[in-house]
Design a protein. Structure first.
Length: 665
């Protein structure tokens, strides 16, 4: 009958073990039988797991600039470079605001079993930009190469770019480690028979059944549970950031469906970056003028990190492009690091591949002595008769006079007296590297030829019919007489004091940024600047032939009180970047004419002159008359080459090429 009963067990049963129960009445008659399971309550359990990402190193090829150089008009150079990846290409980017591209390029590429050469010409009107791929059908493979390049495009900007597909190794996320757990961590109370339920799926475990398993799909992965209570979770996230924290609930029921316990598997993702710490330099000497700017000739030093997370992994990285890309360093020290501007940092990784970076340290390694070529400039003060020496702001300059093996320093470089003899200029860069430039001050008679092409020469002569030959440095010639000067490749300076005399002057400045200054010279003047940004200053002038050559030249002309003058500016191929400044002349005193491709500036300047006079009877009166100054300035090939960009007057008036054409038709 219905009710509560008690029974005495014939033995000790395990949790979940099946037993048969038979009910009998008082007369020992069987009134019912049932199969039941012995159950004991189980405690809920929780297992906390951390998703551990797996990364593997993979190498890909990315665009990298190997060489980049920019210039104007011409690029003639021999360049050694190394391709470390594949698909190396050499390109020239040309640009010209005048929308005229005209020139040619020839080249030779040698290296890695390759020898290739070619040349081509370009003539385009209406286009301001073009790109030439020198090895378009012959990409360069890994290896060392030499490029011999000769490119000439008048008036154009030229940019040389050598690029490659460089190998880049990165840590790529490939998934998470599998997580293994067990519902019955304490096997002492594990039931003999039970049911495992997740969602609407159930798995039965009993002593008389073989091992089974079931797989449950979760939002981010799969959970596989075996009937013995062991389980494995596999995340299917495709990136480290996609995986979400998950809590999996697993219920344990007895064979009658009664809940025994709940097991919760908590899957957490460690996204907390490790403590990065602080990076410092060790065994580092900051040479040069400052001991704290980290611009130094020291190229061997160590790196030290402190304060980072215990148990983390530290790798050191360097960057040569201001942090755009980073390369892994070999250990925590450098030896004979190549010259360059570096950023250094440490990368700190924890067990879950979370990453932190230390502070970056900027270090510039400079072991090269200053380049003495064109590094020191000179000038001459007409009023004081003193010489000044200058250099770029990034250098310190010291000057010493040498005599009989002794050196005496000249401290004021803005007021150096001219004294014939030998000198040493010491140039020191910010990293403490130095170089010594020999300077010779000479005062020759009628002929002098430099004995040292690399030395600087400061020549002062007052002799007529002097012939001077100097070397390939920044030389200065000071004279007031007839002169024939053959200069070298440096930035040369001519100061002709003139003193209202008739002089014959012939100067070939060589290839450099030359500056010719003539004061009160009315003779026959021939000045040739050749390649370079030259400046011609003639105040005043009589007859002169001026040739600037390639480069952005400046002509500064003041006829002064010369009653007549004739100036010929001859530019054959400069395409509109030169400037002409007319001093002491107004626009209404100039008329424009042309002949063939030449433009003439015809100058007529009328000067009113008054004198206070006294007649024979002692009466004062004013006598006025006109003094006419006339002359011409010829600009050769202006209509074909547009060599002079604009003409500038003292009152601010500017005549550009468009205006000149509108006047002469």
């Amino acid at each position: 009958a219905k009710g509560n009963y008690s029974a005495t067990l014939d033995k000790a049963y395990t949790n979940g073990e099946a037993l048969s129960v038979t009910a009998k009445d008082a007369a020992n008659n069987v009134s019912g039988a049932a199969k039941v399971f012995a159950t004991a309550s189980l405690s809920d359990s929780t297992a906390n797991f951390e998703l551990v990402p797996v990364f593997e190193k993979q190498t890909s090829h990315q665009d990298k600039t190997v060489v980049n150089a920019s210039t104007r008009n011409s690029l003639y150079d021999t360049i050694d470079f190394v391709i470390t990846g594949k698909d190396g290409y050499i390109t020239l980017d040309l640009s010209n605001e005048s929308r005229i591209l005209n020139g040619s390029v020839s080249y030779q590429i040698i290296g890695s079993g390759l020898s290739s050469s070619s040349s081509q010409s370009i003539s385009k009107v209406g286009s301001s930009h073009d790109t030439i791929i020198l090895n378009k059908n012959l990409p360069l493979s890994e290896g060392a190469y030499t490029l011999i390049l000769d490119a000439y495009f008048s008036g154009s900007n030229i940019s040389l770019n050598i690029t490659e597909k460089a190998p880049v190794t990165q840590d790529v996320f490939t998934g998470y480690e599998s997580i293994n757990g067990h519902i019955f961590a304490d096997t002492a109370n594990k039931p003999e028979s039970y049911q495992i339920k997740v969602g609407d799926q159930t798995l039965v475990h009993s002593a008389d059944q073989s091992a089974q398993s079931m797989t449950v799909n979760t939002p981010d992965g799969t959970l596989t549970i075996n009937s013995d209570g062991s389980y494995q979770y596999k995340s299917l996230a495709t990136s480290h950031s996609d995986a979400s924290e998950t809590s999996l609930s697993i219920q344990i029921l007895d064979m009658n469906g009664k809940p025994l316990k709940t097991h919760t598997a908590s899957l957490d993702k460690d996204t907390t970056p490790p403590e990065a710490g602080t990076l410092t330099l060790v065994d580092y000497e900051d040479t040069g003028s400052s001991d704290s700017d980290r611009i130094s000739s020291d190229n061997s030093f160590g790196l030290h990190i402190q304060g980072h997370e215990l148990g983390s992994t530290v790798t050191y990285e360097s960057s040569l492009d201001n942090g755009d890309t980073w390369q892994v360093m070999d250990g925590n020290s450098v030896t004979n690091l190549e010259d360059g501007s570096y950023l250094l940092r440490a990368k700190v990784s924890d067990a879950s591949s979370n990453i932190s970076y230390t502070n970056s340290i900027a270090v510039t390694v400079d072991t090269q002595a200053p380049d003495l070529y064109n590094a020191i400039g000179t000038n001459y003060n007409l009023d004081t008769g003193l010489i000044s020496l200058t250099t770029a702001t990034e250098y310190d300059l010291s000057l010493y006079k040498t005599s009989d093996g002794a050196r005496s320093e000249i401290t004021d470089l803005s007021a150096v007296p001219f004294e014939a003899g030998t000198y040493e200029a010491v140039l020191t860069d910010i990293a403490g590297n130095s170089a010594t430039q020999a300077i010779n001050m000479v005062s020759p008679s009628t002929y002098y030829s430099a004995k040292d092409n690399d030395a600087m020469y400061i020549v002062k002569t007052t002799k007529d019919d002097s012939e001077i030959i100097t070397g390939n440095n920044n030389d200065l010639l000071i004279t007031d007489g007839d002169i024939n000067w053959q200069a070298g490749e440096g930035n040369n300076t001519l100061i002709h004091t003139g003193s209202d005399r008739y002089s014959s002057i012939s100067v070939d400045g060589g290839n450099g940024d030359d500056h010719f200054t003539l004061h009160s010279v009315y003779g026959s003047i021939y000045l040739q600047g050749n390649n370079g940004d030259d400046r011609f200053t003639l105040h005043p002038v009589g007859r002169a032939y001026l040739y600037g050559g390639d480069g952005d030249d400046i002509y500064d002309i003041n006829p002064g009180d010369a009653t007549s003058f004739e100036i010929d500016i001859n530019e054959y191929s400069n395409w509109g970047y030169d400037k002409l400044y007319l001093r002491n002349i107004t626009p209404d005193e100039v008329s424009l004419t042309s002949r063939r491709t030449d433009v003439y500036l015809n100058v007529t300047k009328i000067q009113q002159i008054s004198h206070e006079m006294i007649d024979l009877e002692g009466n004062p009166y004013t006598e006025t008359y006109e003094n006419v100054h006339s002359g011409s300035i010829k600009i050769s090939n202006q209509l074909s080459n547009h060599s002079i960009e604009s003409i500038y007057f003292d009152d601010g008036t500017v005549w550009n090429q468009e205006y000149i054409l509108s006047v002469i038709g």
